[in-house]
Ligand binder design. Structure first.
Ligand code: NAP
Length: 325
């Protein structure tokens, strides 16, 4: 296909994580020449992970970035195209749909939204400015910078345990700061973290301030059960307090829940209230959030997009057996 700003795409996929890449493989095999807009966090959350041990087909595990790279190559093999950048606006009230990649106008017949979710921040002053200077939302990316240093991890879920365990391989000491006296994490992750000698838990504790102007130098903490407030010298602050779905551009256009996750028209399907718009992955899943469930959802979205294009008579000539296997 000749690329031109005036061309109307068959399928545009927002996001290049597990869901988006699986949608790209299926849409490409259906001869739809999908365009994947890679987004700000290209490769999604798997690209910031190390070992993935629960993706079927890899009995010895696989590194997250390698899994993503393989999926991308698989999609490219069937004709998927990739563009860096983010979709900055979208208009679903016209057909073909209009959208912009970093301000450049484009059009598409269908849209598959796999834009995922982004790490949540605490909202403390200076927190964002200190990202990369001692504040991080990704231990697997940054842990090696904290060799023999002292760090805290905020959160009590699986992510916090995973980050703490990973950091413990590098850091001298890891403090898990959790606002309750009970962890949300799965039993197996709890046990691993609680039995690690390098990890210490600070229960019922809030991080109230990050100290340091150009680099993290310490933190202020508050134990709301005892009322104690104290200052601690620390080298790194890792935030593992959940994620926010990347759905801002769809406000007032697609149905969302109170947290901003997109809501499918029918449970278990990828269809939305706007015909021709489909969803997959963490952007609508705050329950399972697994690579394999995201992949499944991406597959569903691509199959639904293909069926929609066929139904409205806009599907290009089909490659036999494309998505039916
Ligand atoms: P999560 O389960 O939502 O946990 C977020 C944690 O952060 C909770 O402990 C929460 O405290 C705390 N928190 C939230 N907002 C906070 C705030 N403003 N201040 C202080 N603490 C705050 O998120 P997650 O750990 O990222 O996990 C998300 C999903 O991915 C889960 O389903 C999880 O099982 C899955 N996951 C699985 C694995 C694995 O299996 N290896 C790894 C990572 C994630 P409360 O507990 O008090 O609410």
């Amino acid at each position: 296909m000749t690329e031109s700003p005036a061309a109307v795409e068959n399928v545009v996929i927002l996001g290049s994580g597990c869901a988006g890449l699986t949608a790209a493989i299926y849409a490409a095999r259906a001869n739809l020449e999908p365009l994947v807009v890679m987004g700000v966090e290209a490769g999604g959350q798997l690209s910031m992970t190390t070992e993935v041990e629960n993706f079927p087909g890899f009995p010895d595990g696989i590194q997250g970035p390698e899994l993503i790279d393989r999926m991308r190559r698989q999609a490219e093999r069937f004709g998927a195209r990739f563009e860096a950048g983010d979709v900055t606006s979208v208009d679903l009230s016209v057909r073909p749909f209009r959208f912009e990649i970093e301000g450049e106008p484009r059009r598409t017949r269908t849209l598959i939204v796999c834009s995922g979710a982004t790490a949540r921040m605490l909202g403390l002053p200076g927190e964002r400015q200190l990202i990369g200077h001692g504040v991080s939302t990704c231990a697997t990316c940054d842990a090696a910078f904290f060799r023999d240093q002292e760090v805290i991890v905020v959160g009590g879920g699986d992510s916090a345990m995973e980050e703490a365990l990973f950091l413990a391989r590098f850091a001298r000491r890891v403090y898990v700061v959790h606002r309750r006296d009970e962890l949300r994490a799965s039993k197996i992750m709890q046990e691993r973290a609680l039995s690690n000698e390098k990890i210490e838990f600070l229960w019922n504790t809030h991080l109230t301030e990050i100290l340091g102007e150009r680099q993290v130098e310490g933190v202020r903490l508050w134990n709301h059960a005892s009322g104690e407030r104290w200052e601690m010298k620390i080298d790194g602050v890792f935030l593992a307090i959940g994620h926010v779905p990347n759905t801002t551009i769809f406000e007032n256009q697609l149905e969302m829940d109170a947290q901003g996750y997109l809501v499918p028209k029918d449970p278990g399907r990828s269809l939305t209230d706007v015909e021709g718009v489909f969803i997959g992955g963490d952007v609508h899943d705050h329950v399972y959030r697994q690579a394999v469930t995201a992949a499944g959802a991406g597959c569903r979205a691509a199959m639904d997009a293909e069926r929609y294009l066929e139904r409205v008579g806009e599907a290009p000539q089909r490659v036999a057996g494309a998505t039916s296997k």
